[in-house]
Ligand binder design. Structure first.
Ligand code: HEM
Length: 413
């Protein structure tokens, strides 16, 4: 089982070993933030990219690209879905996920989002915390607590959101290894397109089976909720359901695994702040928000202009790709003092890691809940938690970022 997880994590990390060449400039995958700051100081928007296209097939690479790097530019793009559309996602990640709400607009998007968001109601969240999230975190800690050491990425941060999502969907426990394997193959589409397509087809077949079972025998899980969801007599089609379920893997699993790893890394490398959180659990909420601001798991998403427009004085033609650089926006010196410092005590100002406007993350409450519970369980069970730095663990990657490993030692409680 452990070897299996290590192999899968290696697959996820292959995508982040080189530097990104954007024209004449090089973005460090270890720390792209100096590049973002350099661009942001010149202008809030620039013609060019912040993305890594080294593994992207020529046919999928944008021909005209601009990047929004200031907080205001990023916020404007997210909030103006008419000019900055997400519809062409259908021709990029939609190839792997199918037609999802991420690429829908206007009334269709609202209706669809209302139907699927019924499965993420706050009543459900309150039930999931003690019934699903906490037992899963504790069960994972049980697996390594007696050894006094662990790699928290391999043994914890990757595994808990995978198990949480599988259980919330209502998948049989015996299917977890297959689900984990296929999920990783799907979200590693940057690395291996063919395998991602195979995983997408296999997950579709698997989810169709699960949907069919629930039509004859309703269940109280997310797939069951999606099968029975109805607005004005309208139900979701099977295609809409399995596409949404596939979207949950990059949207819900990968982001949470990476952001919880980022937060742990940041706390472990800022011992005074970690000690403060340990002695006052009320600080966990603000630590999570500062972690998301300082090291968002997803630095850049995309939009596509539907008409000629201007953003922060830069003329942008219709049908251009906009790299919406959340990572840069979150460190905009016009919004935050000392933006390049991780400081859980800073005056609270909302970050934009969950996007804004109509496509604001649907799982933000679940993501916060999962991260809080994971941290609480670790703090409750492990004392004297320290990062082993011999192998230089660090946060890495672009546009997805997280620690390469989190080797720790601790005393069990
Ligand atoms: C820290 C963790 C997370 C982060 C940083 C995050 C971030 C984001 C961002 C930036 C978007 C907008 C993408 C775009 O417009 O291009 C988004 C959308 C979305 N997220 Fe999350 N997410 C997280 C966790 C989750 C979880 C746990 C779920 C569900 C299980 C989820 C489900 C979704 C869905 C369904 C959308 C599409 C919403 C729409 O198009 O209306 N996310 N997320």
């Amino acid at each position: 089982m452990r070897k299996d997880r290590t192999f899968l994590l290696k697959m996820l990390e292959i995508q982040v070993t080189t530097n990104v060449h954007t024209g004449h400039e090089t973005v460090s995958l270890r720390d792209p933030y100096p590049f973002f700051a350099h661009k942001r100081r010149q202008a809030g928007v620039f013609p060019g990219t912040v993305m890594d296209y080294s593994k992207t097939p020529e046919s999928l690479m944008p021909k005209r690209e601009y990047s929004a790097v200031s907080f205001d530019a990023v916020n404007t793009v997210f909030r103006d879905g008419r000019v900055f559309s997400s519809a062409p996602y259908d021709k990029t990640i939609g190839l792997f996920m199918g037609p999802t709400i991420l690429a829908m607009e206007g009334k269709k998007h609202r209706d669809h989002r209302n139907l699927v968001s019924a499965a993420f109601k706050s009543k459900a969240l309150a039930r999931w915390e003690p019934a699903v999230v906490r037992p899963i975190c504790n069960a994972l800690i049980d697996e390594f607590v007696d050894t006094g050491e662990a790699d928290l990425v391999r043994q914890f941060t990757f595994e808990f959101p995978t198990r949480v999502i599988a259980e919330l969907l209502g998948l049989p426990a015996a299917d977890l290894p297959m689900f984990r394997q296929r999920a990783v193959e799907l979200i590693s589409y940057h690395v291996n397109y063919e395998r991602a397509f195979e995983a997408s087809a296999a997950l579709k077949d698997y989810f169709v089976e699960q949907i069919e079972q629930r039509k004859s025998k309703p269940t109280e899980d997310i797939i069951g909720d999606l099968v029975s969801a109805e607005i004005d007599g309208e139900k979701l089609s099977d295609e809409a359901i399995y596409s949404f379920l596939r979207l949950l893997l990059p949207a819900g699993l990968e982001t949470t695994y990476r952001s919880s790893g980022n937060l742990l890394f940041l706390l472990l490398t800022h011992p005074e702040q970690f000690a403060a959180v340990r002695s006052d659990r009320q600080l966990i909420g603000q630590a999570i928000e500062e972690g998301l601001r300082y090291e968002t798991p997803l630095t850049t998403v995309q939009r596509f202009t539907t008409e000629d427009t201007a953003l922060e004085g830069v003329e942008i033609p219709a049908r251009a790709v906009i790299g919406v650089c959340i990572g840069s926006a979150n460190r905009d010196e016009r919004r935050w003092e000392r933006p390049e410092e991780f400081d859980i005590f800073r005056k609270h100002l909302p970050h934009i890691s969950f996007a804004a406007g109509e496509h604001t993350c649907l799982g933000l409450h679940l993501a916060r809940l999962e991260t809080r519970v994971a941290l609480e369980c670790l703090l409750n069970r492990l004392t004297n938690l320290r990062l082993l730095t011999d192998d230089d663990p660090h946060i890495h990657g672009q546009p997805f970022r997280s620690p390469t490993a989190l080797p720790v030692t601790f005393d069990a409680q």
